[in-house]
Design a binder for this molecule. Structure first.
Ligand SMILES: Nc1ncnc2c1ncn2[C@@H]1O[C@H](COP(=O)(O)OP(=O)(O)O)[C@@H](O)[C@H]1O
Ligand SMILES: [Mg+2]
Length: 324
């Protein structure tokens, strides 16, 4: 028989109109029956789930996302959005892209995996310098999975709710159970760094410990993403709580080129000197390159032109570089 938790999850997913989750829980109940020796029931359940899934696939997804901006105790703590972005909007290293594709593949077929007692990758740690696409990755995963993005800023939480941060964190993890979404815990370095020099070290330790315990015990259907700028200072104990750790870095020359072509498209009137651009852009992040493209484009638009020149682009990149 199903466990009490499975039955509760089944009813909650029905109440939410979350068909994918309903089927996933049903598949878990089947796996549970198989494990308890009731193979006949397991097979029957799996057959039902399969045919329900097939008919669901034949229809368009009518599921209405039940999330509005969080209210009550969660407002000011979590902000919600419904991103449209996809991974194709990003310029990513091949290795990173294939790992993210794997996350999507496993998540989309979570019920298939659950039928075999397996669970998808759901807990990701993104590390790397600012402006290389960590936040954008969370946004794109939400867009790809048609899930809301719920963002928690650790820094705000610690300063705003001093002494209560761990309790607030519990509220967020409860929400992760109730509502499927991509939960981004941004600025994770605010608590995960061994070298954090803030005054309230005790509070930060407490929040980090609570966070690690919550991550470990979380078995919700939400995607949990923590992002941090400070890779080398992250505690080793933190790494093993995640299903995957992805490293982000400044763009290589070929990525700079892809970023510019993607951002400016036909707005670029002539072929820029890519070698020169590669030199100029060394040390700039993806975000800074996108900003330079926008600077060049704006200059052209304000000048009454519909194209930007290569020299405008060179200058815009140089200006960004001087800001560093
Ligand atoms: N890999 C990328 N591909 C395309 N654009 C990017 C990428 N990384 C960053 N950007 C651009 O820079 C902006 C800021 O990036 P963000 O994801 O916030 O960086 P991070 O969270 O790593 O500091 C994005 O909104 C996007 O315009
Ligand atoms: Mg960010």
């Amino acid at each position: 028989m199903a466990t009490a938790q499975q039955l509760k999850a089944l009813i909650a997913s029905y109440a939410d109109g979350d068909r994918a989750r309903f089927l996933s829980v049903a598949a878990q109940i089947s796996a549970h029956a198989a494990k308890s020796g009731n193979q006949k029931l397991a097979d029957e359940l799996l057959k039902l789930v399969d045919s329900a899934r097939r008919s669901a696939e034949a229809e368009p997804d009518r599921r209405v996302l039940p999330i509005a901006q969080p209210t009550g105790e969660l407002s000011g703590l979590v902000s919600a959005s419904f991103p449209k972005a996809t991974l194709d909007d990003m310029i990513l290293a091949a290795e990173t892209r294939s790992r993210l594709d794997r996350v999507l593949r496993e998540y989309r077929q979570a019920d298939l995996l659950a039928g075999h007692g397996l669970s998808p990758r759901r807990k990701l740690l993104l590390l790397g310098p600012p402006g290389c696409g960590k936040t954008m990755t969370a946004t794109a995963l939400a867009g790809e999975l048609h899930l809301p993005l719920l963002t928690v800023q650790f820094h705000t939480m610690i300063t705003k709710y001093l002494g209560e941060s761990a309790a607030k964190l519990r509220l967020i993890f409860d929400m992760m159970h109730e509502r499927r979404g991509v939960f981004l815990f941004d600025e994770f370095d605010a608590i995960a760094s061994q070298r954090y020099g803030g005054q309230d070290v005790g509070e930060i330790r407490r929040v980090l410990n609570a966070f690690l315990v919550f991550i470990e015990s979380d078995n919700s259907q939400s995607l949990l993403i923590a992002a941090s700028n400070l890779a080398p200072t992250i505690d080793a104990a933190v790494f093993r709580r995640f299903d995957d750790v992805l490293m982000y870095d400044m763009p290589a020359d070929s990525m700079v080129r892809d970023l510019i072509v993607r951002r400016l498209g036909s707005f670029l009137s002539e072929r820029p000197n890519w070698t020169r651009i590669g030199e100029l852009a060394t040390g700039l992040s993806h975000a800074e390159i996108v900003q330079a493209c926008d600077d060049a484009a704006k200059e052209a638009v304000l000048d009454g032109r519909s194209r930007t020149t290569a020299s405008e682009l060179h200058k815009a990149i140089e200006r960004r570089r001087r800001l560093n």
